[in-house]
Design a protein around this ligand. Structure first.
Ligand code: SF4
Length: 352
């Protein structure tokens, strides 16, 4: 089997076993806080937020990897770091090009090299209202990435926009080209945002809460559209969400994040059927059928601590019903198990 891009006409063989698109190793993204403008000028920071704090994970080609966590878990910052939109403090993000060749460490790229890389990975936004410029027609907005990167103009540009719109279900496309975002429903706007994301023929889409602003009746249709596009275009997704219900439906594997760290990682079915980490267990025990962030996370005892002053040892220990002395003093490592799950918990170090 091979993948042929409908956009560029290129084709290449599909992997017969799991193959990495992105390898994230010991990634840290820290933000310095300054008490005043003068302190900033003098380079004196007063505190550091470790938004991403030593993350290791792999995105396989053709899979949907979910980053699941509550506000402050670092999932959005991690997604932005994968796209090169925020700089890494340390660690690496190695991209393996689908056309072969040596992997490239995105964390070290700057300037034109970073801009080129961003055509290979695209972002899908949470809020389609904010993602689309209200004064641009749908034709201009969807074709914008091709113009910015000098990939098409004139009739070719319009043909590619028409093809992208029809591919995301905005058909016949001619009816949408001259419309403005305000003329479209929420679901149609999100389809236009997805059309813009795929028009550069990317390998990876980082989708940050792509359906959370949509009506329940539209969410499943957009997620199904994304699955269809994944199959048709050979995409891989990083799906960022607080919503366990859509993660269960949509993801092949999930990484559960807490205060900048991955605490559990593995196949979705296995994690939902048999969660190992106490935080994951608490999340799933309280999983509502229709999830809001407050419902999903609000029933775990206590508040998520400030990332400015994270707890010592295991960051989850103030809220964990199983915490013991070692949890306060020593940070657990994410240890892979034979079951395919990796978990960061002292209680699980001996288990397989
Ligand atoms: Fe709970 Fe300790 Fe495991 Fe952290 S390491 S999840 S505090 S048992």
């Amino acid at each position: 089997p091979s993948r042929r891009s409908p956009w560029s006409g290129r084709s290449w063989p599909l992997p017969t076993k799991p193959e990495s698109v992105l390898d994230v190793t010991d990634l840290e993204v820290h933000f310095a806080l300054h008490s005043s403008g003068l302190a900033r000028l003098l380079g004196r920071e007063t505190a550091t937020v470790k938004a991403v704090d030593g993350v290791n994970l792999t995105l396989h080609r053709g899979e949907v990897l979910g980053l699941v966590g509550e506000s402050g878990s670092g999932k959005t910052t991690l997604g932005r770091a994968l796209l090169g939109l925020v700089g890494a403090t340390s660690g690496s993000i190695r991209h393996h090009p689908e056309t072969g060749g040596e992997p490239v460490d995105i964390a070290t790229l700057r300037g034109a090299a970073l801009r080129h890389y961003r055509t290979r990975l695209q972002m899908g936004f949470q809020d389609p209202n904010a993602a689309l410029n209200p004064s641009m027609t749908i034709e201009t907005a969807v074709g914008h990435p091709l113009v910015i990167h000098g990939r098409a103009s004139g009739d070719e540009l319009r043909a590619k926009v028409v093809e992208a719109l029809e591919r995301v279900g905005l058909a016949p496309a001619e009816q949408f080209l001259g419309k403005y975002p305000s003329d479209l429903s929420g679901g149609q706007k999100q389809r236009a945002v997805i059309a813009r994301a795929i028009i550069l023929d990317p390998e990876v889409l980082v989708a940050d809460e792509p359906v959370s602003m949509l009506d329940m009746s539209v969410r499943a249709k957009i997620l199904q559209l994304m699955l269809d596009l994944k199959a048709d275009l050979g995409l891989s997704y990083v799906y960022i969400t607080h919503d366990l219900a859509t993660a269960k439906f949509f993801c092949d594997r999930v990484a559960i994040m807490y205060l900048g760290k991955v605490v559990e990682l593995g196949p979705t079915e296995e994690i939902f059927a048999n969660p190992r980490h106490p935080y994951t267990q608490a999340l799933l025990a309280n999983m509502p059928r229709i999830s809001t962030e407050k419902q999903a996370f609000g029933q775990i005892k206590g508040e998520i601590p400030s990332p400015l002053h994270p707890p010592t040892g295991c960051h989850f220990h103030p809220r964990c019903p199983h915490a013991f002395d070692r949890c306060v003093a020593e940070r657990p490592r994410l240890i892979p198990k034979a079951s395919g799950i990796a978990a960061a918990c002292h209680l699980l170090e001996e288990a397989v």
